[in-house]
Design a protein around this ligand. Structure first.
Ligand SMILES: [Zn+2]
Length: 256
């Protein structure tokens, strides 16, 4: 596997355990003892900057491959091969129990300004949660797995559009709205949640990868169930997504 593919495909926690580094805190950020100064360093487990680490104390930084090289005294190729063969897992972080939280979701001016109708929000479980919750001040989207089981709320903070969600939820394991689509009909794919909802309102079948700047292996697997996919992504992501689809996708797709 190529360097960038490794960074996207490798499961961070599994990789750290594999190379003998102890971790605390699992979620988007995993903490571990810095190899240089032994203070707490942080590595990102998914999303933008996945598998890149940083130590706030000594400013040491790098990625999961350099960590494996340093810790296990391996050369680049050996570290690469070790991670590709032993730390790539597709299914491990899926949630197996239905979510027992039910937010009361309110329609908000913010949604109206995005052109999203109240009825759509009710139908798709979208809105701003009432009361003090982790997703207060965010637009929350109810997320279901491919079988329709509710697994999480994915939030987008209204003030800065940053993603917010509980750490049990790994967006790499799911595609938004995937449980509702007819896989034999044309399906649109976008990385933008609001664009996705807009497309659904316009009568299209649309799915979304929660704004990740790439497709995870699990998401690529899910996409392979769809006969015809039309990809709507930002210009900056076309190259990454095109390479991934060329390599993994076995069904018809095109960019629009
Ligand atoms: Zn350090």
């Amino acid at each position: 596997m190529k360097y960038r593919d490794i960074l996207q495909a490798v499961d961070t926690e599994k990789a750290l355990t594999l190379i003998g580094i102890t971790t605390t805190n699992q979620g988007a950020y995993i903490k571990f003892p810095c190899l240089k100064c032994e203070n707490t360093a942080i590595i990102k487990a998914y999303g933008d900057k996945k598998n890149l680490y940083y130590c706030p104390e000594c400013k040491n930084s790098g990625h999961i491959i350099s960590l494996a090289m340093e810790k296990n005294k391996l050369d680049w190729q050996a570290a690469n091969n070790l991670l590709a063969s032993k730390a790539v897992i597709i299914n491990a972080r899926k949630i197996t129990e239905e979510l027992n939280i039910n937010y009361e979701l309110l329609y908000h001016e913010y949604l109206k300004n995005k052109g999203i109708l109240k009825e759509t929000c009710e139908c798709l479980e979208i809105g701003v949660p009432k009361g003090k919750t982790m997703l207060a001040g965010s637009v929350a989207f109810g997320v279901r797995d491919e079988n329709g089981m509710k697994v999480a709320y994915y939030g987008i903070r209204m003030k800065d559009e940053k993603p917010v969600y509980h750490k049990s939820f790994n967006p790499e394991m799911y595609l938004y709205n995937f449980d509702r689509i007819d896989k034999n009909e044309i399906v649109y794919f976008t990385t933008d949640m609001f664009k996705c909802i807009g497309s659904i309102e316009n009568g299209r079948q649309c799915i979304c990868n929660f704004g990740l700047p790439y497709l995870s292996l699990m998401q690529l697997e899910l996409l392979n169930d769809i006969e015809r996919t039309i990809v709507l992504v930002d210009e900056t992501l076309i190259r990454t997504v095109a390479i991934q689809l060329a390599e993994y996708h076995r069904k018809f797709y095109h960019f629009e």
